[in-house]
Design a binder for this molecule. Structure first.
Ligand SMILES: [Ca+2]
Length: 343
């Protein structure tokens, strides 16, 4: 009998969900991929920024995830083999940007520069500069290179660039729910990927910003800008750098709140895929119809005085055409597709 009886009413018991791949169905499909067990966890947070709320249960199936963000070394191999040209190297079509300033309609990318004095935190143009010579090979502009940064995450990649890489690699990009499941590392109620303290015992667990953003970077964690992808300890699933260093693209369209919590087991979203594309446009720029994806993980520019988004629940909208010096990505392989993958 599937039913239980309470106060004379017949109440249907929820049908147990099939086990969502809690254990890996086989060996990893590629080197440097680790298993993230499927299951139900609380996604989001009610204790921080409003876009993270409400915290709500979701279920995701298990999957393999890259141990760390895609590095310059790996991205270079992709470009060498495919001759791929990234968005930052292609001038934008003016038709897509009505009213855009002419200086923005060139190939290029956004580079952080540290202002020499304290500035208002309400004006991002005080620390973001659109550079016509910035791209993944030249992260700070033409004068810079990635020499010696082979193990740093690739940056200045727009969403289509990340997708193209994933296709080439035989992998996929994660959903927000998958990414957050991975970042929590099994500590589902913790604030951080490693527990409830930002720097347990004074130890820096991720590359973020110490000091007064954006003009004083104390570099207590050892890094002013990006860092090698395994410079900090892994989380409970063995994954490095989900928090800090660079933001990471997910496949979800952004909307400024999570869906309301549905606590009944029958109604918990399974493998949610985010909002609808038409909900993702920036309401403060209605003339620009560039949809926005969810970024996760925070970056080396996240600071306690400005952007405390170095937590698994944190999220940020990014237009799919935008690239910067602090956004990268990593890939996954879902269990269903692993049998088709080749090493
Ligand atoms: Ca740092």
């Amino acid at each position: 009998m599937p039913d239980s009886v309470a106060r004379g009413l017949t109440v249907l018991e929820p049908t147990p969900l099939a086990t969502p791949h809690s254990a890996p169905p086989g060996p990893p499909p590629f080197p440097d991929m680790l298993w993230v067990p499927g299951g139900t966890y609380r996604m989001g947070s009610d204790r921080h920024y409003p876009e993270e709320a409400p915290a709500h249960p979701v279920t995701v199936d298990g999957f393999w995830m890259d141990r760390h963000p895609v590095t310059n070394e790996r991205f270079s191999r992709f470009v060498d083999e495919t001759r791929y040209v990234t968005a930052a190297e292609i001038p934008p079509d003016p038709a897509d940007y009505p009213g855009a300033r002419p200086e923005m309609l060139y190939a290029g990318s956004l580079v952080f520069h540290k202002p020499p004095v304290r500035v208002t935190l309400r004006d991002m143009s005080q620390w973001w500069e659109f550079r016509r010579d910035a791209q993944w090979r030249h992260p700070l502009g033409a004068h810079s290179s990635t020499d010696g940064m082979e193990r740093h995450p690739v940056v200045h990649v727009a969403y289509p660039d990340a997708e193209a890489y994933a296709r080439w690699a035989g992998k996929e990009l994660p959903t927000e729910a998958e990414w957050e499941r991975a970042a929590r590392g099994g500590l589902d109620d913790a604030e951080y990927a490693w527990g409830d303290e930002l720097t347990p015992g004074g130890r820096h667990m991720a590359n973020v910003w110490q000091g007064d953003f954006p003009w004083q970077n104390a570099r207590d964690d050892g890094f002013e800008r990006t860092s090698p992808v395994d410079a900090f300890p892994p989380n409970g699933y063995g994954l490095h750098d989900l928090i800090g260093n660079v933001w990471e693209w997910t496949t979800d369209w952004y909307e400024p709140r999570h869906q309301a919590a549905r606590e009944k087991a029958c109604c918990i979203p399974r493998n949610p895929r985010g909002a609808r594309v038409e909900h993702s446009y920036d309401p403060s720029q209605p003339e620009i119809r560039i949809p926005r994806k969810v970024l996760k993980g925070g970056s080396h520019l996240c600071a306690p005085n400005y952007c405390r988004r170095y937590r698994p629940a944190a999220r940020y909208p990014e237009p799919i055409d935008t690239s910067t010096c602090h956004v990268g990505f990593r890939c996954i392989v879902r269990a269903d597709h692993a049998t088709n993958a080749t090493a």
